[in-house]
Design a protein around this ligand. Structure first.
Ligand SMILES: Nc1ncnc2c1ncn2[C@@H]1O[C@H](COP(=O)(O)OP(=O)(O)OP(=O)(O)O)[C@@H](O)[C@H]1O
Length: 114
């Protein structure tokens, strides 16, 4: 039952992200595009491993960033340097994941597209 609840709450979180978090939806759309492109060019196994890992890494970091933002907003609605540090660090995590995904996308797809 506890295991079932953990899944239930996790899916509620996923549903919330897909309804309310525009950034998550944009990342999800880029991920779906990358997967469609992978099917079009018929990626090999290694290509799929990197592309799917990059897509999930971006989605996971965005989910945690949204969680950090929500927790910070719950703690204070006033300016606080630690609130800024927490939110900026969360945003940096997403940025790093997005850079990683862009580099992987270029390295994997360019040889197929040339
Ligand atoms: N309470 C706060 N104290 C200090 N700085 C804050 C605070 N809230 C937000 N900031 C600063 O403003 C930036 C943007 O915060 P905001 O809450 O608008 O998040 P966001 O990245 O625009 O995400 P979203 O659009 O999903 O709300 C933060 O990265 C941080 O630098």
């Amino acid at each position: 039952m506890r295991l079932f609840n953990r899944f239930k709450f996790a899916f509620m979180g996923l549903s919330w992200l897909m309804r309310k978090d525009t950034h998550f939806i944009v990342h999800l759309m880029f991920g779906v595009l990358a997967i469609i492109l992978g099917m079009v060019v018929d990626l090999d196994r290694t290509g799929w491993l990197f592309i799917i890992s990059a897509v999930f890494l971006v989605l996971v970091t965005e989910a945690f960033n949204t969680a950090v933002e929500a927790a910070v907003d719950l703690t204070t609605d006033k300016y606080h340097p630690m609130a800024k540090a927490a939110k900026d660090a969360g945003a940096a995590g997403v940025l790093l994941a997005a850079f990683y995904a862009a580099i992987i996308g270029l390295l994997v797809f360019i040889p197929y597209l040339l």
